[in-house]
Design a protein around this ligand. Structure first.
Ligand SMILES: Nc1ncnc2c1ncn2[C@@H]1O[C@H](COP(=O)(O)OP(=O)(O)OP(=O)(O)O)[C@@H](O)[C@H]1O
Length: 267
């Protein structure tokens, strides 16, 4: 899927949260969004995941504006996007069922069948088959192939996050939207997830990632976008943005210099 922000903006009431964002993510491409806390990274990702509609400009999927489609057509498009948040939320069942449930929930239930579908999913979470090939493959990719029959409640935070990633991957999404997926993880779990992101890229999934970890952005991204106060200051190949930023604000941010007046921080 080619995701394209074209002069997209987002505001709530009179407050502008994102202004004039133009950015694309193609198949097999990892794009990282960096920027200080409150810059608008999560909001940008919510627009990409079609949770929010831009208040100006467009966010197009393969040239189509999802917000010009019917709700059901938009939901079908959303099923092609896998999402992982900072903290895993897993069902109280086996690891394998937790991964497989992503595919089941994504089946396009008709409106009338949706409530029935939910009951089926609940029953399946309790009594369904214990492992599925695609779920197992996704678990292997995050180094948890042997943990498929473990109870999800017994996992460490890092393992649970890897299961969340496997769940998103098992739906074979065209685009993965990852909001600080490793911010709570230790270096080993972070390295495993980064390798899994790299494999996802090799398989042709597009990845849009928000991260506070500059080293991670440099390591895994094809392109980096620096967001500051809702404005996309600079976008470019990762090596170029980190080694030779064009904008002074990007230079200060990637160097780790404070972007704010110290007096403001102390006020
Ligand atoms: N629904 C909303 N209503 C009002 N303000 C909002 C809303 N959503 C986000 N904001 C504000 O927009 C700004 C950007 O928020 P966002 O969560 O996108 O930033 P972020 O870059 O992801 O931050 P962090 O790195 O701390 O997670 C913040 O000042 C936030 O308070």
């Amino acid at each position: 899927m080619n995701l394209e922000f074209a002069n997209a903006a987002y505001g709530v009431d009179e407050t502008a949260i994102l202004t004039d964002v133009s950015l694309s993510v193609g198949a097999g491409e990892v794009v990282s969004v960096i920027g200080p806390s409150g810059a608008g990274k999560t909001t940008l990702l919510r627009l990409a995941a079609l949770f929010e509609r831009p208040t100006a400009g467009t966010v197009r999927c393969d040239g189509t504006d999802p917000w010009s489609l019917s709700r059901d057509e938009r939901l079908t498009l959303r099923r092609r996007i896998g999402i992982v948040f900072q903290r895993a939320s897993l069902f109280e069942t086996s690891v394998a069922r937790n991964v497989d449930v992503g595919q089941r929930i994504r089946r396009p239930w008709s409106r009338r069948l949706r409530a029935f579908g939910r009951r089926l999913v609940d029953r399946w979470l309790r009594d369904g088959p214990t492992v599925d090939d695609r779920a197992l493959e996704a678990l292997e990719l995050v180094g948890l192939g042997n943990a498929w029959d473990r109870d999800a409640g017994s996992l460490s935070g890092g393992e649970a996050q890897r299961v969340s990633f496997a769940r998103a991957l098992a739906t074979e999404p065209d685009l993965l939207v990852l909001d600080e997926p490793t911010s709570d993880l230790d270096p080993r779990n972070t390295a495993i997830l980064e390798r899994a992101i790299d494999r996802a890229r090799e398989r042709g999934h597009g990845v849009l990632l928000a991260t506070h970890d500059m080293h991670q952005a440099e390591r895994i991204s094809d392109r980096v976008a620096f967001l500051l106060e809702g404005e996309l200051v600079e976008t470019g190949p990762a090596a170029r943005v980190f080694e030779n930023p064009r904008d002074e604000r990007t230079a200060r941010f990637v160097r780790g210099d404070l972007l704010y007046d110290e007096n403001e921080l102390l006020a």
